[in-house]
Design a protein around this ligand. Structure first.
Ligand code: PEP
Length: 266
């Protein structure tokens, strides 16, 4: 079965509203007419509505970088899927390693190991379920730490993450979910995962999906690779049979580079 490639840009904590709109407009021009690749950009929450307005009617979709599993209420700093959809989102990233606090802590020069952004596999699952229930589509991220890879535990870590993160969807939902394999050591480091190895782990994830939801879902589900994807290495990664797209951070901040990655997926 052929799966439509999906390239998503995670802008993280970058771009003012005006800068985001300018980037979106540039990208829109550069990929006009590309209709065989799904494309999404995920700006900061404050830029969502303006970027959403800029890309209206284009082939670019809008996504949030995170969400909470409630519609509204006393949840200071959080955002609901309903609010993301109100701003024009179709997608939401859940479980990015940065929202998992790199699995518990973030090392800070001054403060040491800080524990914040405490997503874990269970909260990622709750977020994905609530996204579906609300009408948003989740990009569910997973990935191993360098220490886990070096101790030969990559497959066990990914399997454990996926079993919890993907638990309990309906078949219809499972068909629509997108999974992003993002080795933590490759994110923002310039150290891209070897393409054969990235393909192998994406294949492992497809096998887990098959065990949980059956062959037809495994064949249909799109699995992105993320971690230092750029305009030079994208074509090799995207040519692999189990890699159906990319979740792109740094290289999504420049229209030229991101457009090249999108065209490499065609
Ligand atoms: C990401 O933010 O998901 C990511 C993969 O970042 P980068 O492309 O910069 O490594």
């Amino acid at each position: 079965m052929s799966r439509k490639p999906f390239i998503a840009g995670n802008w993280k904590m970058n771009k003012t509203i005006a800068e985001g709109v300018a980037l979106a407009n540039e990208l829109k021009d550069q990929i006009a007419g590309v209709d065989d690749v799904d494309v999404a950009v995920c700006p900061t929450f404050v830029a969502l509505a303006a970027v959403g307005e800029a890309i209206k009617g284009s082939n670019i979709m809008l996504g949030g970088q995170n969400m909470f599993w409630k519609e509204s209420g006393a949840w200071t700093s959080q955002i609901s899927p309903q609010m993301l959809m109100d701003a024009g989102c179709k997608w939401v990233i859940v479980g990015h390693s940065e929202t998992r606090g790199r699995f518990g802590t973030v090392d800070d020069e001054l403060a040491g190991a800080l524990s914040y952004f405490g997503d874990n596999d269970k909260t990622v699952n709750m977020k994905a379920k609530y996204a579906f229930a609300s009408g948003l589509l989740p990009i569910i991220a997973c990935g191993e730490l360098l220490s886990e890879r070096e101790s030969g535990r990559t497959d066990d870590v990914i399997t454990a993450q996926m079993k919890v993160c993907l638990d309990g969807f309906t078949k219809e939902q499972a068909l629509k979910m997108v999974i992003a394999y993002e080795p933590v050591w490759a994110i923002g480091t310039g150290k891209v995962c070897d393409s054969d190895e990235a393909d192998r782990v994406c294949g492992l994830i497809r096998g887990i999906v098959k065990n949980m939801y059956g062959e037809d879902v495994a064949e249909a589900v799109r699995i992105q690779y993320g971690g230092s994807v750029n305009d030079k290495n994208a074509a090799e990664l995207l040519a692999k049979p189990n890699i159906d797209g990319a979740l792109v951070g740094g290289a999504a901040l420049k229209a030229d580079a991101f457009a090249t990655i999108i065209k490499a997926a065609q």
